[in-house]
Design a protein around this ligand. Sequence first.
Ligand SMILES: [Zn+2]
Length: 465
Amino acid sequence: MESGGGGIRFEDLDLIYMIPFDLGGPVKIEDIVEWLFSSKLVKKGGRLRRYEDRLAMLKLIDLNMTITDPRFSYLRELGCNLYLILHAAGIAVVTVWIHLSADLSTDDVIKIEENLYNASCIIKGPFGEIEERLDNFIDGIIRPLQFVVVFGREYGSFDKVADALTKDHIIASKIEEKLRSSDSHIYRVVCIINHRCQDGCMTAEDVVKGHLKEMAGILTLYGNWRHYRMDTAKEILGENLSRDASYAIFMTTDASLFIGSTVFDERPESIRDAKIEYLKAGATLVAAMEFLQLSRMFLEVYISVYQRKSEEFWRRWERGESVRPSEVMEMRKELMYGLEEYNNISFYAEHPYIGIIEYGKERLGLSNKVNVLISGLQELSDMARTFYEEEALRNQENLSKMQVEFSKIQVVLAFFFGIFGAFQAMEYLEPKLGPLYAAILTSAIFLPCLIYIFYLFIKGRKSSS
Ligand SMILES: [Zn+2]
């Protein structure tokens, strides 16, 4: 533990890691839940919260971690809860909730939030005891789920899939190729319930005023926070999202922060009530961030699918292969579905989160990602039209070739009918007028016909050349 950090110390805090990931394709929530129950990852009667058949949250097992990493040996034993949010579009978030009750400086908090996830430790759970880093342990939950969705259910049980994955690294790398997006950006939430300050900061308001750089450091995981300029730190913090003066909430692209007050205001009857109040407010932030991380992953998956597919379309088109407009429109439909589902996610978010979620959409750049998808819709429409016109042009070429063939037939037919018509006329006129007058009259009647035949012949030659 270090003593540096502007005199403020943190005593009672929660560190939450969120790991959003792609499952590789749409899923049936019941199937995944069934799979998880077949694993040792959900307790019997494990809590499942269903928002509807598109979205569910599952409480996974509780863990105990003994930290063996020398950097964090002072943390010793830590309790850890795991949760999983599942969306039927095949997007999920694992939440790892760790409680820390140590006497920590700002520098300690930054180091812990950055590296505890990959610190060596002994993890104890219903499965027994294993020596494993937390990140590898979480991978051991995520990978089998992706495997089941991507390669089907042929392995029969969660444990068999997990076994196959640890034995065969080739399979593991194959999953990576099959995912719509392999990006997994870890997000952190720090909830500080209790702090102590030599400068006499009591309320969350005091802390924000007196320790702006420390707060900015925690929010950006930046060890050199002392070098921040004040206005930079202020800019990093952004808006205070708390509606209550007794606590503060800030959000950046890397992490979010909740800070309570040392002197609890008079509204809660006792300190215990105040703590419950803070834990509830902290949990509100965590729930909102889970929705935002799910939404972010959602948009990234659909952007990645769209970009890959539209590049493939253009490549095929440039090579002169045919791209059917219906293929493009199918892709557009998938994108529309993605956008619709994305909009639905916020509906599940309950009232107290809405303010945080709306702010987060801007701060985390989700609105920009939505715009990428909306212009994607437009691009796909344009692309479909280009391919359609291309196809129409090709059809038209075929049509004019057919027209040429048709005029040749016309010439031949007209010629035969003309000749036969003339013979018939001669046969009919000769007994009445004699051969000379019959020939003159027949020529007078059939000359325009011959000229027309000649005209069709010329036209046919012109259009075939
Ligand atoms: Zn202070």
